[in-house]
Design a protein around this ligand. Structure first.
Ligand SMILES: Nc1ncnc2c1ncn2[C@@H]1O[C@H](COP(=O)(O)OP(=O)(O)OP(=O)(O)O)[C@@H](O)[C@H]1O
Ligand SMILES: [Mg+2]
Length: 363
């Protein structure tokens, strides 16, 4: 997938700009605070209907403006064009129009414009809370498989229902007959989600390992899924995973009533990243964590590209900070062979056929 052009109006610090990247590696350079990250965020909006780093629509509205407008044109490898328009007006819900058709649900855009990001904020995926790792894997899988996204959305609705019934029980001690039905539904959807996640991280691990070699690293990265619902392992069938979840629900029934919450399932699972078999979250150095994250995102871009047969647009914010020249060169070499990437950096840098542009020339 290639971004042909993006037009940004009243978004963050930008009043009105048009950016036309090349189809290969793009470097946007400029001093701190010049609005480089803002441009990546605008592109991210057109791909995933939201800003980066969980920012709110209203925070992206230029301080003195009443609305923002983003227009991007993308083409896929067969040359088919997708035009995305995002508009937001103060105190109103944003509107997203894809090829002249307004989306009824924002989730409708997910997967249409595949996009992978690397931002310093993403370090939390490696060393932050389990929620950040779940968000990472859910976004990756949702862009790869529509059914996964549907299952996740449905799972959240069922989870809400079941939690509401648990809260209700705490009040009047009446467990409704529908409770078991919600439990079964949740276990059924949960098993699908977990099975997809297991096979995804297995595959991702196999892509990350050779990337470590390409980056000139001797360490061996690894992933382990950490289920909250008992013994679940890679080769298990969906039915077995479901049975395991249901068993565990029986075991913790009393606890769930006290806590008024569903305590097991994919919404409570975690993933452990390892370097040479050791838990990266607890023992890896800052540099190792950063390298791990870069390799992880490079692997993700490659893998989504293989699954959907379309290379995602790759947005890399402040990629070079804290990396030595050798590492930077290797990363750029990898990026040269993998579709379109847009990298922000504070220093001008010449590299192969990369298109290097001063942000002053765009704004
Ligand atoms: N809603 C907004 N309205 C106006 N200006 C904003 C808004 N949100 C952020 N900014 C401004 O945008 C600037 C930050 O832009 P951005 O983060 O893109 O810079 P950058 O070039 O990536 O800098 P760095 O190199 O430090 O990462 C800040 O000066 C900030 O005050
Ligand atoms: Mg920045």
């Amino acid at each position: 997938m290639y971004l042909e052009e993006t037009h940004i109006v009243n978004f963050r610090k930008h009043h009105d700009l048009t950016y036309v990247p090349s189809q290969g590696v793009n470097l946007v350079y400029g001093p701190n605070g010049s609005g480089k990250t803002n441009i990546l965020e605008a592109i991210h909006y057109c791909s995933l209907a939201k800003g980066m780093n969980r920012s709110l629509d209203k925070e992206c509205l230029k301080f003195d403006a009443d609305y923002f407008l983003l227009k991007s044109r993308f083409t896929d490898k067969s040359g088919r064009e997708t035009a995305v328009k995002v508009t937001y007006e103060k105190s109103r819900e944003k509107k997203i129009v894809v090829n002249n058709e307004e989306l009824k649900k924002f989730s409708g855009i997910i997967g249409k414009i595949p996009c992978v990001t690397f931002t310093p904020y993403d370090l939390g995926i490696v060393n932050g809370s389990p929620q950040e790792r779940r968000r990472f894997i859910d976004t990756a899988l949702s862009q790869s498989y529509r059914t996964y996204l549907d299952n996740i959305l449905q799972y959240r609705r069922v989870l809400q229902q079941r939690n509401a019934l648990l809260a209700h029980y705490a009040e009047d001690r009446q467990i409704t007959t529908s409770f078991d039905i919600w439990t079964e539904k949740l276990a059924h959807l949960g098993a699908s989600i977990i099975q997809e996640r297991l096979s995804f991280i297995d595959r991702l691990e196999n892509v990350v390992k050779p990337l470590y070699t390409e980056l000139g690293l001797e360490e061996i990265p690894g992933f382990r899924y950490h289920p909250s619902s008992g013994r679940i392992t890679g080769g298990m069938s969906k039915e077995d995973i479901e049975a395991s979840i249901l068993n565990r629900f029986d075991d913790i029934a009393a606890q769930e009533i006290v806590r008024q919450q569903t305590l097991i399932g994919p919404h409570r699972d975690d993933m452990i990243f390892t370097v040479n078999g050791i838990d990266a979250r607890k023992y890896a150095s800052q540099g190792q964590i950063r390298t791990f994250l870069i390799a992880l995102k490079l692997a993700l871009q490659r893998m989504i590209g293989e699954i959907i047969e379309e290379s995602p647009v790759f947005l890399l914010d402040d990629l070079f900070s804290e990396l030595d020249e050798n590492r930077i060169d290797r990363i750029l070499h990898i990026l040269e062979g993998s579709g379109q990437s847009i990298i922000t950096t504070t220093e001008k840098r010449a590299f192969g056929a990369a298109e290097c542009i001063n942000i002053e020339e765009i704004v």
